[in-house]
Each structure stands twice: as C-alpha cells, then as structure tokens.
Design a protein around this ligand. Structure first.
Ligand code: C2E
Ligand code: CA
Ligand code: CA
Ligand code: CA
Length: 274
C-alpha cells in the first residue's frame, strides 16, 4: 500500500471513512467546546475508610455538547490526548478546579487528573505554579493524579517535573493502580504520595485472590509511605473488605457520586457550619 501512489486509498473501506470522519468531527467539536463553555467540573468525595470523613474531592470533567448531549470523558479524553487538545483542556481543568477549591472552607484536598501527554510537554510546572499563584490555592492542597502511562517511558523530564512540583508541596497519586504492568518499578523510582487501587479490584474483592492483591498493594503503600485509596467502592461489603485489607481511604458511589461544583461546596459549607 506504501507505493500505491494515487490509488493508495482504493482499499479504503467505507466504514473506515466513517470512523475517521466521526473522530474528526469529535475533534472539531472538542476544539469548539472550550470556547463555547461546554465543559464543567464535577467533584467526587474521597473519604477516610474508618471515620468516613471527607478528606478531599477529585475533579472530573464533564462535557455537554448541544446535539451530542453528554459525552463521557472516556470517549473524548483519548481523542484530546491524540490531538494535543488535552493541553488547553488540562489547563482549563486545573485553573477551574483550583479556583473552586480555593473557595472551599477548611483545607480540603483537591485531586486533579493529569494526562501523560501534559506531563511529557514542557510547561506543566510553570502552568501549575502560575495557577496556584492566581487562585491562591495552597500547593499542599493539590494532588495530581497520574497514570502509569506517564511513567512508562522513564522520561527524565517527567521525573524532573514530579520532583520540582513536589518540592513546592504538590502531591502525586498513581491512578488506576494494578491495571498496567511492571507497576512495581515505578513505585521505587517515582516520588508518589498515594496509590489509587483500580475499581476492577474493588469490584472483585469478594474473591480471596483479589482481596490478597488489594492487601498486598496496601502493604506496599504503607511501607513506601504512600496513602492508599480504594476506587469505585459501591457497597458496604466492599468498604468492609478494602478497610480490612488496609486501604486508608475510599472513593465511590457508596459515599457520593461526582457532584456539580455548587453542590460540593454547599455540602462542605453545611458540614463546616458556615
Ligand atoms: P478516573 O480518574 O479513574 O476517575 C474515576 C472514574 O470512576 C470517574 O469516571 C468516576 O465517575 C467513576 N466512579 C467513581 N466512583 C465510582 C463507583 O463507585 N462506581 C463506578 N462504576 N464508577 C465510579 P468519569 O468521571 O467518567 O471519568 C473517567 C475517566 O476519565 C477518569 O478515570 C479519568 O481517567 C478521565 N478523566 C476525567 N476527568 C478528567 C480530567 O479532568 N483530566 C483528565 N486528563 N482525565 C480525566
Ligand atoms: Ca483519577
Ligand atoms: Ca482511577
Ligand atoms: Ca481511569
């Protein structure tokens, strides 16, 4: 197909064309979404697994397109990553989340998801520093959630970026832990403050083998000085199991779904009695 010249498209199946243009249209819509104010952030509580007190909120992006309706992040984040649009989208997320969290009572932690693409581009450190300064959010309240993909290439620039931000007081969580592979080496090489155990383990925690893995991860976290959060806890039974396995914190529908900013703030103010 390489040297088929002008006929290079002759094996092109119509379905492929459809897929390509569907993706292109999504990219186009995504480009317009920032300008047209179609993004919003929701905030999901993270709780202490014993006291159930809220320790922080994770910001999760929401996109409502006028004709597509709600587009789930899993459907557009990968496209944003491929096209580089994740950089401006990520800046928008960070800026808005920090602005919001700066208004919360107390010193509640704010977790923000950061894509590997953002970490691999220069300018993240400067962007975070500028955002903290502009919003007045204390660096110690910000936790950036990264995935193994970001650490996969053992990029010295990524490591430098993590160390620099950590030096300022920003913390790092390793998201979706257990879903990738060779995870253990990252724990040794990268400065991580938290491990988030992927929902797929929590879902299957009734299975003794899975429970043993969750326990091993929690033990690993403890010995590395990292906090451990169980993701996607939906039932009392799962809460009980992850708590027994040694997870210090938990997140999931059992404690609260992601809430619009105003509802999360109102909830916190009620709790603070202000
Ligand atoms: P994630 O970072 O692992 O976020 C957790 C996802 O699990 C969220 O889905 C959340 O709504 C969902 N979840 C929380 N508790 C439960 C539960 O008890 N049961 C079930 N079934 N699901 C639960 P969401 O909001 O659809 O986000 C999906 C993914 O999209 C996120 O996974 C993250 O990888 C990505 N994402 C979301 N917002 C952002 C963002 O602002 N920036 C970047 N780079 N990625 C984001
Ligand atoms: Ca996350
Ligand atoms: Ca996760
Ligand atoms: Ca995820």
């Amino acid at each position: 197909a390489k040297d088929s010249g002008r006929d290079g498209y002759r094996f092109y199946h119509p379905a492929m064309g459809q897929a390509a243009s569907g993706r292109q249209r999504l990219e186009l819509d995504l480009r317009g979404a920032l300008a047209r104010d179609q993004f919003e952030l929701h905030y999901q509580p993270v709780v202490d697994a014993r006291s159930l007190a809220i320790t922080g909120f994770e910001a999760l992006i929401r996109w409502t397109h006028p004709t597509r309706g709600r587009v789930p992040p899993d459907a557009f984040i990968p496209v944003a990553e491929e096209t580089g649009l994740i950089v401006p989208v990520g800046e928008w997320v960070l800026r808005n989340a920090c602005e919001e969290a700066a208004r919360w009572p107390g010193d509640m932690r704010l977790a923000v998801n950061v894509s590997a693409v953002q970490l691999m581009r220069p300018g993240l450190v400067e962007g975070v520093v500028a955002t903290l300064a502009a919003t007045g959010l204390h660096a110690g309240r910000l936790e950036l959630e990264i995935t193994e993909t970001a650490l996969l290439r053992d990029n010295p620039a990524v490591l430098a970026c993590l160390h620099e931000l950590r030096g300022l007081g920003v913390r790092f969580a390793l998201d979706d832990f257990g879903t990738g592979y060779s995870s253990l080496s990252y724990l040794r090489r990268f400065p991580l403050d938290r491990i988030k155990i992927d929902r797929s383990f929590v879902e299957a925690v009734d299975d003794p083998g899975t429970a043993a893995i969750v326990g091993a991860i929690a033990g690993l976290g403890a010995s590395l000085g990292a906090a451990v959060t169980a993701e996607g806890v939906e039932t009392e039974r799962q809460l009980h199991a992850v708590r027994l396995s040694g997870c210090g914190e938990a997140q999931g529908y059992l404690f609260g779904k992601p809430l619009p900013a105003a509802e999360a703030a109102a909830f916190l103010r009620r709790k603070a009695g202000t």
